[in-house]
Structures are given as C-alpha cells and as structure tokens.
Design a protein around this ligand. Sequence first.
Ligand SMILES: [Zn+2]
Length: 167
Amino acid sequence: MNRKFGILPAAHAAYVDSCAAARIPAQAEVQTVGYAIKSAGTHAPDGTFINSEGDNEPYCAATDFSVLRPNHLSGGQVSRLLLAMLERGFAPFWRHEGTFQDGPHIHAIWADCKMKPQLQAQLGDFVVGRSGLVGHRLDSFWASFIDQHAWERYTSALVAAQRAHNG
Ligand SMILES: [Zn+2]
C-alpha cells in the first residue's frame, strides 16, 4: 500500500504493520495534511521532512484512516486495529458517534514527531481517556476494552515519544 502524501514514513510503516497485526488488509489513509472545515485546523501541517525523492514534504502528525474503504470493517476489526495502532505508537481516536455517524473513521496522532499545540493537547486528552473534542468527554471505548495496567504502559510510551520532540 502506498504512503499518502503528508504522512510521515515511520507512521505509515507503523500503520501498515498495525493492519497486518490486526489481520485486516490495509485501509485507506484518508486525510493527513488537509484543511477540511470539520477538522477545525487539526490537520494543518506540523512541519516538513525530506521524502524519498529528496523533496521537502509537509506532514501532519494526525491522519484519518478509513474504516469503510476498501473494506467495511466490523466492530471487532476496528477494535483490533485500534489496539494494534496504540501498541505501535499512535494515539488512535475512534470517531463514530454523534456528528461522526455519517463518516466514521479513525483519527490517529503519531506521537513520535514534532506537532502543533492543538495536537499536543489532543494527545494529552487521549492519555487521560478523553475525546480530544470540544467538551472533552470521557471516551468509553478504551475503558471497556483494555485494562488499566496496559493502558498506562502504552500511554506513557506515547507521552515519552512526544516529550522527545516538544519538550
Ligand atoms: Zn482527523
């Protein structure tokens, strides 16, 4: 599967690996660097990197991953994928309720890179089990899915990876 423009190569590799671990074919990378109105700036560029062609490419730490293309994932498949992504250094939010009912997707922040304050705040929300959205409600998905011990281990790895870039 080709890397979508704007996703860091390390994040892309971790995503492909996550799909394999979750035993699903790689799903589409929908949005990385983008300006969708609904995203409220979340996907604006976080910086640039030198890509394999030697060009400066903008990247965004957050990527939206499809749960509908090319495969319509079952709830169990989505859960497996979210866990595999968490294990590999993403903070993956499962966007499927409320305004996301029409366009369910995984909004995932790659922790191991420099990112804008807006995404740092979202990552901070994630590690305390909150939605990263206006209202910052508790996200019931993870609490029902993973034990506290594992949660603390994975989220402290995310925080450590992020600290290395943003102090
Ligand atoms: Zn998003």
